[in-house]
Write a protein that binds this ligand. Sequence first.
Ligand SMILES: *[C@@H]1O[C@H](CO)[C@@H](O)[C@H](O)[C@H]1NC(C)=O
Ligand SMILES: *[C@@H]1O[C@H](CO)[C@@H](O)[C@H](O)[C@H]1NC(C)=O
Ligand SMILES: *[C@@H]1O[C@H](CO)[C@@H](O)[C@H](O)[C@H]1NC(C)=O
Ligand SMILES: *[C@@H]1O[C@H](CO)[C@@H](O)[C@H](O)[C@H]1NC(C)=O
Length: 492
Amino acid sequence: MEWFLFALLFYQISFLCSQSLPLLLLVSFDGFRWDYPKIHGPLTNFARLERHGVRAPSMIPTFTTSTFPNHYSLITGLYEESHGLVSDEIYDRRSNEIFRSWESNSSQWWPIKTIWSINEQRLGARSGVIGWPQKFIDVSKSEVYREGRSFKDIVDQILRWFDDSNEPINFGAIYFPEPDLTGRRNGPYSLETKQKVKECDDNLGYLLNEIDKNVKLKNNLHLIVTSDHGMEQVNATDRPMYLEQYVDMTKCKAFGTETTLNIFVNNPNDIDAIYRNLSKIPNSNTYKKDQLPDQYHYKTHPHIGDLIIILNPGYELHRLSFDDGNTVNLSRIHGNSGYDNQLESMKTIFYATGPELKENFTLSNSDSLHSVDLFVLMCLILNIGKCPSSNSSATHIQSFLIDSSKVASIIGKETEKLHDGPMGLVLYLLVLVSFVLILIMAVAWSTVAFRNASAMARAAHPDAATLAEQNQYKFTQINDLKLHPAIGDDNL
Ligand SMILES: *[C@@H]1O[C@H](CO)[C@@H](O)[C@H](O)[C@H]1NC(C)=O
Ligand SMILES: *[C@@H]1O[C@H](CO)[C@@H](O)[C@H](O)[C@H]1NC(C)=O
Ligand SMILES: *[C@@H]1O[C@H](CO)[C@@H](O)[C@H](O)[C@H]1NC(C)=O
Ligand SMILES: *[C@@H]1O[C@H](CO)[C@@H](O)[C@H](O)[C@H]1NC(C)=O
């Protein structure tokens, strides 16, 4: 009998732990330019988010404004030079290996701890990730990207994970490839993109309605709706430019996108000659690595080339040799990203709602939120005391919170980490005390539950109450059974 009670208590504790964890869902619509709601609106459901939560008029992505690097910045809080995923295509000079985001499946390219694995370091906490543009995802529940999967299907799956009665997630992240795909094919101002943006708005509406119908999530879930970068109009067939026309490709290697290229020089003596040649490419800027403007935060990592070519908005530089000689079908390209992250066309969206966040609050126009800042916001929402140091700033984030004093507490903890000695012990004691408190809470909860049950029984039938007092453990079980069928099932 005692072991049974002990087991019951343990279930209650871990259940209470998972119940008290904050809930957060991160949603990324790829390539959602900041002003789509203006130029393709009105968007009913984005407006609904705006009324119920916080938003930034626009958000600045990390340079190089590409899908894989920016999605990694969102969940690590790091600039690309710090997380190392400096492009959708990367060259590692030391190992002579090439990473192509869309085909490479080696974990070495994803070395940084992400917000979802940090979340899982706590008792009862679980993360679930669907389709995120990242090949190695080490969390409780994940499903890889599947081309053509509907948004509705993705939402149904992630909400099932939040609702799981045995192993619920408390953090979810989902990715949808539109309106990026349509924006690239047809350009940001096209009718096709307008329709796709409306479709994304309908998809968002489906998500919001499903959340509203869900008792557990309706008032408790934090929702962040964002994207990786904007979209620029390009006219690729107008004046196609090829790298091979400007430089002797036996003397260097090129990696990256048509809008930002990393050039690795084979012989250091050739660097000036190659630099001079690359500088002649029209509508572009070529920099030596150490001369790149500081604002790009794109200098220090060995994955960054000796020379970097950045195209002006609307232009592309192609490679004849790209993809084993298959040339790109330029007539299919009318939009692109990967340009300077300060450009208006590269900026993207940020919306968030939830119990810790203000309602109907828009960051003033002069403020510019950076996508790396979302990391601190997620740490705060998830109540992660000790978030790893990153390039995430709380300056703008704190104005989103109802209780902005929370920011001071997380910044305080970051400083404490520098002096690890006695603080470690204090933290340990805090954890111990919380554990004991939870234990007491669990016992108190059971007692209250029993009292309620016996009071109800007394009201209904006086004799039953006496019976209940004689068999109090049984009543506690029955009560648990009603409240939490999963616990009951496991024990009966
Ligand atoms: C630079 O361009 C000139 C003229 O096209 C070419 O002859 C030369 O080989 C190029 N040099 C390098 C290092 O690519
Ligand atoms: C591309 O074409 C559009 C539409 O014709 C035009 O408005 C835009 O200026 C062009 N962009 C460039 C970079 O040539
Ligand atoms: C939201 O804020 C705007 C601007 O401050 C205000 O005009 C509007 O009435 C507010 N809407 C609601 C529903 O509170
Ligand atoms: C970004 O954060 C990393 C990790 O804390 C740090 O090493 C790097 O210096 C930071 N970069 C900048 C520009 O502050």
